[in-house]
Design a binder for this molecule. Structure first.
Ligand code: PMP
Length: 406
């Protein structure tokens, strides 16, 4: 029912064409990291083989070429998430660094007793940096609880909000359960009490059309590697006037305007937050990856992934001893389940024996697992190159495992 051909897409991802344990690889661990299109790998090779030089520095030809390619990606990302201008696009190492950067610089405006709200669905990357501020500054961390359906309880959220709330930092999509949070509503409510909002978009950028202007979030962070890009690069989006008002984070080259031993003055956005030589090749790779997916109609890709999720959830629910988390809820990217009486890692290992890569465990969300009263889940997560045939083969493999374990 969609106009794109998944088999054509797969041809751009050479890694998918291999055997694991004498079975064709079925890669269903996309929430951990996505596979990489040939065009992305080629762009990195071309940069190193033809254009390699440091950016923003030299007046020589290679440096100018490297800088043009590098800064061109800022334009690509700006358009991709619909930011206002490229000053709002800051390069980071990934989501974790983006949140740490924000926690660090925003902490300069916080004092003991100020409140930060996160949610029960957060990845450790959006918990621990705030806990560090509880320790160092005495801020108070509040948690939006789950409903019985295992999505966020917005009524409780509203009760948590007050004039003391300075920051709300929540994930767009839960990496553990695939829950899509109603972030537009969360952002609107936070703004009503004057709080700033950070969205952890690690899982969302690869699965949804992200429009930061429409969302009206103050900051949006994500990792390239979950968006068909290299590891070690990511994006921090921030509204320009907010970023202008913040102090820099790390000090060093690139982020300064003038330096003397008495005092330094800082560069303008976005460079103010980019100390040191960046991951030039990685950024250029990310540009190529985004260019690659922009060729497709994003909605077709989303519909395709959605049909894989819907099929898989329905099939899982027909199997004995399986519990699906956030059952029946509209999920994106990932789907978590438990098998009664079995450890998730045993199921994952038995699937791997049949060439199927899934993730098992806590998914860097130990507090969520404690809340759900489980020791971990098995998580399958789809991407644009997964086929219905693979989803069916996964279900068949799981059936065999369940019969064997009976
Ligand atoms: N938040 C979420 C929701 C994630 O899924 C991840 C990656 N699993 C992160 C944060 C951290 O991303 P990274 O390790 O790329 O910094």
């Amino acid at each position: 029912n969609s106009s794109f051909c998944v088999y054509q897409i797969r041809q751009h991802f050479p890694i998918l064409d291999q055997m694991i344990n004498e079975h064709p690889l079925i890669y269903l661990d996309n929430a951990a990291t996505t596979q990489k299109p040939q065009a992305m790998v080629d762009a990195i090779a071309a940069y190193y083989l033809r254009d390699n030089a440091n950016v923003h520095r030299g007046s020589h030809h290679l440096s100018l070429r490297a800088t043009a390619a590098f800064e061109g990606v800022r334009e690509t990302v700006k358009t991709f998430i619909n930011a206002k201008n490229t000053k709002e696009i800051i390069w980071t190492k990934g989501t974790t660094e983006g949140i740490n950067l924000l926690a660090n610089v925003l902490s300069k405006g916080l004092k003991a007793g100020d409140e930060v709200i996160i949610s029960a669905l957060e990845h450790h990357a959006n918990i621990v940096p705030w806990q560090m501020l509880v320790e160092s500054l005495g801020i108070v961390l509040k948690i939006i609880p789950l409903t019985l359906q295992q999505d966020l309880d917005l009524k409780s959220y509203q009760k948590l909000l007050s004039a003391k709330t300075k920051i709300v930092s929540v994930t767009h999509i839960s990496n553990a359960l695939g829950v899509i949070n109603p972030i537009k509503e969360i952002i609107k409510l936070a703004h009503q009490v004057g709080a700033q909002v950070i969205i952890d978009g690690a899982q969302a950028v690869g699965h949804l059309i992200v429009d930061v202007k429409d969302l009206d979030c103050d900051y949006y962070v994500f990792s390239g590697h979950k968006l068909f890009s290299p590891t070690g690069v990511g994006v921090l989006y921030g509204k320009q006037h907010l970023l202008e008002a913040l102090p820099p984070w790390q000090g060093g080259g690139e982020m300064i305007k003038t330096v003397s031993f008495e005092k330094s003055t800082f560069n303008q956005l976005p460079f103010k937050f980019e100390a040191g030589t960046p991951n030039i090749a990685g950024i250029i790779g990310m540009g190529a990856a985004i260019d690659f997916i922009r060729v497709f109609n994003r909605q077709d890709l989303i519909d395709h992934e959605q049909s894989l999720l819907t099929f898989t959830e329905k099939a899982l629910l027909e199997l004995p001893a399986i519990t699906v988390f956030y059952e029946g809820g509209v999920k994106s990217g990932a789907l978590s389940f438990a098998v009664k009486g079995e450890h998730p890692s045993d199921i994952a290992m038995l699937l791997d024996a049949q060439g199927i890569a899934v993730r098992s465990g806590m998914h860097c969300a130990m507090p969520l697992m404690a809340e759900l009263n489980c020791k971990g889940t098995v998580r399958v997560s789809f991407s644009i190159y997964n086929t219905h045939e693979e989803a069916e083969r996964f279900i068949e493999a799981l059936k065999k495992i369940l019969e064997m374990l009976e």
